[in-house]
Design a protein around this ligand. Structure first.
Ligand code: MN
Length: 240
């Protein structure tokens, strides 16, 4: 059985060329052997539109396209840094965009995939802003701006988010357990896989007598890592 792989929070950026290289190598090697690759958000540190001419963006889209044309199912979910993939991105990469959350039967086990930011409900201010800037007319208006303006706005928000992260208590930046339980209940007690918090772990939640696994993906700041689902179940793997 070909494995199914999951990554998130790669945060590709020209500022971290080694990580970009590592990710491209991952696409050529480990991912090539897989039945499918799920990218659960924040693949890019910043995405201001499919027309950004950054060489990195082009190289990654080409590599993703080679992967999907080679027969690997490619699924991409928006993160809080890259929620503006549109038709040009999907045409070039062959990726299918996944709504957040997405409930799939993987290997016969109902599995809920999320980026994870909407589980961090203690961060009330972030969620308020998220609701504001994800409105369709706001996104349409943003994408209609000249590219240089979009880059400037995107970088402004990224710096602001870095500043906020430094001064916000780390408990507020983690998932809220009651929200996790509510999400598991709503979706019939599935297995949950998400990223965003950069706190890789396997948790067990008992909800209404059902034991649910929650896998948190690691970020790629220091090294590469992914989750692998095969006949033995889920396991995390690291790249160096
Ligand atoms: Mn995120």
């Amino acid at each position: 059985m070909r494995p199914t792989l999951f990554v998130s929070d790669v945060h590709l950026s020209p500022a971290r060329p080694q990580i970009a290289e590592l990710f491209l190598r991952f696409l050529e090697r480990e991912a090539r052997e897989a039945a499918a690759l799920y990218i659960l958000g924040d693949l890019f540190d910043l995405w201001v539109g499919d027309d950004d001419p950054l060489p990195l963006n082009g190289a990654v889209m080409e590599a993703l396209g080679r992967l999907s044309r080679g027969g690997v199912g490619l699924y991409v979910m928006f993160g809080n840094r890259d929620f503006l993939f549109r038709d040009a991105f999907t045409a070039r990469t062959g990726a299918r965009l996944l709504p957040d959350p997405s409930l799939l039967a993987l290997d016969g086990t109902p599995t809920l995939l999320m980026h994870g930011d909407t589980l961090c409900t203690d961060d009330v201010e972030y969620l308020r802003q998220r609701a504001r800037y994800r409105r369709p007319w706001v996104l349409r208006g943003f994408l209609a701006l000249p590219r240089a303006v979009r880059v400037a706005i995107g970088q402004h928000f990224r710096r602001k988010s870095e500043r906020t992260k430094r001064v916000t208590a780390s408990t507020i930046m983690d998932v809220n357990p009651a929200t996790v339980e509510a999400v598991l209940r709503t979706h019939g007690y599935p297995r949950l896989i998400h990223g965003h918090t950069h706190r890789p772990a396997r948790h067990l939640h008992t909800v209404d007598g059902h034991v649910c696994e929650r896998w948190v993906l690691a970020d790629w700041y220091e090294r590469g890592s992914y989750l692998r689902l095969d006949q033995n179940g889920l396991a995390s793997a690291a790249l160096t």
